[in-house]
Ligand binder design. Sequence first.
Ligand code: NDP
Ligand code: 2IT
Length: 450
Amino acid sequence: MALKNEYLQKVYEQVEKRNPGEKEFLQAVYEVLESLVPVVEKRPDIVEAGIIDRIVEPERQIIFRVPWVDDNGKVQVNRGFRVQFNSAIGPYKGGLRLHPSVCASVIKFLGFEQIFKNSLTGLPIGGGKGGSDFDPKGKSDAEVMRFCQSFMTELCKHIGADTDVPAGDIGTGAREIGYMFGQYKRLRNEFTGVLTGKGLSYGGSLARTEATGYGLCYYTAEMIKCMKNESFEGKTVVISGSGNVAIYATQKATELGGKVVALSDSNGYIYDPKGVDLDVVKQIKEVERGRIKEYVNRVEGAEYHEGCSGIWTIKCDIALPCATQNEINEESAKALVANGVFAVAEGANMPSTPEAIAVFQNAGVLFGPAKAANAGGVATSALEMSQNSERLSWTFEEVDAKLKGIMTNIFHNSYNAAKEYGMEGNLVAGANIAGFMKVADAMKWQGVAY
Ligand code: NDP
Ligand code: 2IT
């Protein structure tokens, strides 16, 4: 399908040519370019300055070997990535994903989306992403440590508190950030806020652990209040995944009066009609690093089903996908709509396929895209950077209040941008446009430096 603007179509064809076969990256670029059609019509100066031609090309891409020794003394080799996508409004900022599916396409889609997400937070952070095809699952702590140390031995040459500040993502939590921070400090002999998501005893921010899931619920609450005069109170909620984002989304959705009846992992999903017992989930996932299946051995009346996509056939009012990209396809979206879902907001990055988004939007389902809805994690990372710079730490309440304010603003800025460009109610276009405008302005003022 061609974009409804000749210039944007040419930009897209160039991206296709330069990044052949990178389907996730192309998907993310296409969606943004589609949203920018009314912008290029209204703002020829943006086209003349070549902003869009530049924004789709990363400023820098680093790919490196990560050798490490496993517990049997055998040498293992993984591939490491850091894509420094855009530094127009601040140092590169974005997580590190450790998952066997990591490849250039995945890191580039994440890095590209991060530019607009970070801009939407209103804080001074550019866009970047990194990671490795290393799988932390089933590895001992010592193996994870050796991998993280090797990974940082190369990565440290490219990052810094004022240059590029990585954080967690799938497979990278407090344990991995700790090992990476320790190695950075050892190599550089400097204690700086080079990573976020750090432990509280060495510069981490209160509420960073909760931030993405809490922020997702703050955004969703604002969206359903303003667009449907609704709230979480008494609503049935389905959340996919059972990692960091899913757990804290469950916590906040429950606090706001919702009943979360399902969670999943890449093997299957649990259904608990009474509402999931989060203490049990936390024990299994955060303490034991176990599988979600285990939940049914501990909670009476709960069911486990193999296969993760079946979770979208459960009847619910609100769906919050919090696992991974393209986890909701057209068929799953149709099942959700048929069961009466009225709001979908993305905790994961790009969890809905373009076909699924079209199903939701055509059915009048409120749809909050990842760039806006899950920006609470990186926003709180930026608050961690501020605290590190002033060598102070703020209270949980202070950080949480700032997070709530940021998520509320993101909803309104996206809503207003969509309206201004003639697409009222389309929060995908609104988030893309609002995120883009600030970065475009900064790039224009800074000249053709990149
Ligand atoms: P975690 O590693 O803590 O949890 C990931 C969860 O998603 C696990 O339940 C995992 O199941 C599931 N999952 C991962 N890959 C797949 C897959 N290919 N198919 C099915 N399920 C899968 O990661 P997070 O909770 O941090 O991240 C979840 C999503 O949220 C990601 O898209 C991430 O990019 C996004 N995100 C995270 C932020 C953060 O601050 N952490 C901020 C903004 C977005 P299993 O254990 O079986 O792999
Ligand atoms: O996708 C994301 O926004 C994240 N994984 C969080 C990045 C960050 O720097 O906190």
